[in-house]
Design a protein around this ligand. Structure first.
Ligand SMILES: Nc1ncnc2c1ncn2[C@@H]1O[C@H](COP(=O)(O)OP(=O)(O)O)[C@@H](O)[C@H]1O
Ligand SMILES: [Mg+2]
Length: 480
């Protein structure tokens, strides 16, 4: 439980609030205390000064202690204090307490001594009185005759009232702090939940994902960091699901593609073994076997090409080369095949066109595109290959006067195993992988490939553009 962010946040929240409150209370308490004491001090000093004015003239010659005590008693009663009047030798000349008073004794008190020396600012103190069991404030003021100090008025009063108020205040503050802890606990818990609930949902989803259930979606409830994290998580889950699906589809498709030729082979071999066949028939069967095997080898080769594109093999190093000779080599071979089918293959290449590429992959693009053009163009057709170098890119076009590709399938034909006419493709020895290999290579070179109508609106034109300078890493960057 103490390992949860919620508890930690709530605890922090409570501690913070209590600390702030305690600090504020301490501060307030001190200010109030000082204020009360200052008030009490000035009240007592004021009262002492009233007595001083009353008795100032009476301290000369032979003082009348009864009269002086009367004056003291009058003011003392009003202020709930005790008042004593001394001469300059600290002998008591009047006391507001009449019975058992201190008249006649010498009162050796620091406050009086200081008042007599005219240190008026220091002539006061606060003490605990064992006798009355309360805190008491004492203040003394000098009595003057002209410039001469002739005596002092000493006043003392209990601070019980002040301290009672303080005690009440302290109790209130303690109760307030306790209430705040409870309140802050609730608020903190609620606030923490707002933060931790989405994290909790994310964690649960991630755990399910780790356990193999990839179909996770966590609803995004805010636009803050957690909201963004959640959005990214959903995106990631989506992609993972999608690529897993693609992988499964791919395996299913590949197996399916293999099954057809393997089934044929199986049948052919069985027939050869079980039935006595004429030589001519045997040769025909063997030719069929040969063809099916070729198809299988072709398929496996293309699958290997694809997987090599995924793996970044060591020989797939990018380098700056003139691609014209690469194209010319490939086209010369293709030209013979076109001729066999009575198709004219013409090409028009730039003098020199260099780019940062993987050479054998560029050859493969040209091979696959021209191979298709030959396959899907009837006899007597025309194929044109063009290569131009622009400042930033190379542009390769392969156009034919063949059967064309319907508009709505011009993106789909780049998918793995997708064929417009399956039977026709198979008849031509196609696997449906050629264009997906082209697309993969083009992507790896940060280029583009798309399909337009052929020359004169008939047939097909494939356009490939490759940036001349891609990332100078020496390796193809995997940018899935
Ligand atoms: N030049 C073209 N003319 C007409 N259709 C084409 C052309 N190139 C490709 N296609 C269509 O796109 C499909 C996918 O091409 P590709 O990936 O090379 O597979 P394959 O050639 O093995 O069938 C082909 O089956 C064909 O239907
Ligand atoms: Mg092909």
């Amino acid at each position: 439980m103490f390992n949860s962010i919620r508890t930690k946040l709530t605890a922090t929240y409570i501690m913070l609030i209590v600390a702030v409150m305690a600090f504020a209370a301490f501060f307030l308490f001190n200010v109030l205390n000082n204020y009360y004491l200052a008030y009490e001090y000035s009240k007592l000093q004021g009262a002492a000064k009233v007595v001083r004015d009353l008795v100032a003239t009476k301290l000369q010659a032979a003082p009348d202690v009864v009269d002086i005590s009367n004056q003291a008693e009058l003011v003392a009663r009003q202020n709930n204090a005790r008042i004593l009047i001394t001469d300059h030798k600290q002998r008591v000349l009047g006391d507001s307490v009449r019975v058992d008073g201190l008249v006649g004794t010498t009162l050796d008190r620091m406050e009086i001594a200081r008042a007599l020396m005219r240190f008026e600012d220091e002539a006061w103190s606060i003490q605990y009185s064992e006798l009355s069991e309360t805190w008491v404030m004492q203040v003394a003021v000098p009595v003057l005759s002209g410039e001469k100090v002739v005596g002092a008025v000493f006043i003392s009063s209990s601070l019980a009232e002040v301290y009672d108020v303080q005690k009440d205040l302290r109790n209130y503050i303690v109760i307030l702090i306790l209430l705040t802890i409870v309140f802050a606990g609730f608020i903190g818990h609620f606030l923490a939940r707002r933060i931790t609930d989405p994290i909790e949902s994310l964690t649960v989803a991630a755990e399910k994902m780790a356990a193999g259930d990839l179909s996770q979606y966590v609803s995004v409830r805010s636009r803050d960091e957690i909201g963004r994290l959640t959005k990214q998580f959903n995106e990631m889950a989506n992609r993972l699901q999608e690529s897993t699906r693609q992988l499964k589809d791919f395996v299913a498709n590949a197996s399916h593609e293999m099954r057809t030729p393997l089934t044929s082979l199986n049948l052919l071999v069985k027939s050869l073994r079980e039935y006595p066949l004429e030589q001519e028939e045997q040769d025909e069967f063997l030719a069929d076997i040969d063809q099916e095997l070729e198809r299988l080898i072709n398929l496996v080769e293309e699958l290997l090409d694809l997987s090599r594109l995924d793996r970044l093999a060591a020989e797939d190093t990018m380098m700056t080369v003139n691609v014209v000779p690469l194209l010319r080599d490939t086209l010369e071979i293709m030209q013979k095949r076109a001729e066999d089918k009575n198709i004219a293959l013409d090409y028009n290449l730039a003098e020199k066109a260099s780019a940062f590429v993987v050479p054998h992959q560029i050859k493969q693009i040209v091979f696959n595109l021209v191979d298709n053009a030959i396959k899907y163009t009837p006899e007597g057709g025309q194929i044109n290959v063009n290569l131009v170098q622009e400042p930033n890119l190379l542009k390769l076009t392969v156009s034919d006067t063949g059967i064309g590709i319907p508009y709505d399938q011009r993106e789909k034909v780049f998918e793995r195993f997708y064929r417009v006419d399956k039977a026709r493709s198979r008849e031509q020895g196609g696997t449906g992988l050629g264009l997906s290999i082209v697309l993969e290579i083009v992507k790896r070179h940060h280029g583009k490939v798309w399909i337009e109508d052929g020359p004169g609106g008939q047939g097909t034109t494939f356009i490939v553009t490759l940036p001349r300078l891609t990332l100078p890493t020496g390796r193809i960057v995997n940018n899935h």
